[in-house]
Design a binder for this molecule. Sequence first.
Ligand code: SAM
Length: 254
Amino acid sequence: MAEYAVLMEKEGRVHILEIIDEMAKHKGLGVLNTATLLTDVDVGEEVLVGQKYLTRMPPRLPELISGMARRAQTISSKDAGVFISRLGIGSGDTVLEAGLGSGGLSLHLAKVLGNSGHLVTAEPRSEHADVGLLNLTRARECFTEFPQHTHIEGMLEDVVPDMSFDAIILDMPVHSPAILASAPKLVFGGRIACYAPTTSQLEKCWRSCEEAGLEVEWAGELMERQWGVTSKGGMRPVNGPFGHTAFLIFAQKK
Ligand SMILES: C[S@@+](CC[C@H](N)C(=O)[O-])C[C@H]1O[C@@H](n2cnc3c(N)ncnc32)[C@H](O)[C@@H]1O
């Protein structure tokens, strides 16, 4: 079993390091023996790495997300939180997620599923799965509870497992074949959700959910606007992009 440490730079950049007793390259930090470096460094303490003072942080979900390995675009906490609450996902549930990608959403799901849940992921591209599975391995070692995890290689529509799901979440460029193939595996009352960056994808999701016999509950977009304290006092929205992530759609089997 690997062990991981979370280190944070003063500016907030997070590094997740595997603790190993050998010199190894760690992106952004150089070549280190992490076992020697971190032997006497407890959570809350600082350690000097090269020219940088880093603070050892507890390995909580936001730190694991900040420091995660990335390849495919990830689903952020803004959208992940609403997936979890609108789908009603919690301990004991069995959830199907595709594509795994970098595992951004999977980390949120693993956290709320706990020991009694089951997360099933599917991903056709091994170079994406390698990154997503690395992030899930780190989370398994860092979280106090972690669900059973089954990963399946392939396009979801070709590999839907013969089991029942309380919830299904689809983040992929073309959703319709996956909706039609996976919807029959939803339990009665279970829900499917899709993450669709464009309106044309959203419309196809809506129509495919209906074709699959599901009732669309909600479709739309979540706006997030960050505020900060100004130098002269008072608060206002911070300067910066007010960006679009994706449209979300939720449909239920009734
Ligand atoms: C944007 S990424 C997913 C990111 C992920 N939700 C996260 O938060 O990190 C989309 C992924 O879907 C995968 N994909 C594309 N078509 C798929 C399909 N039919 N079934 C399963 N995965 C698919 C892609 O290879 C890609 O890795």
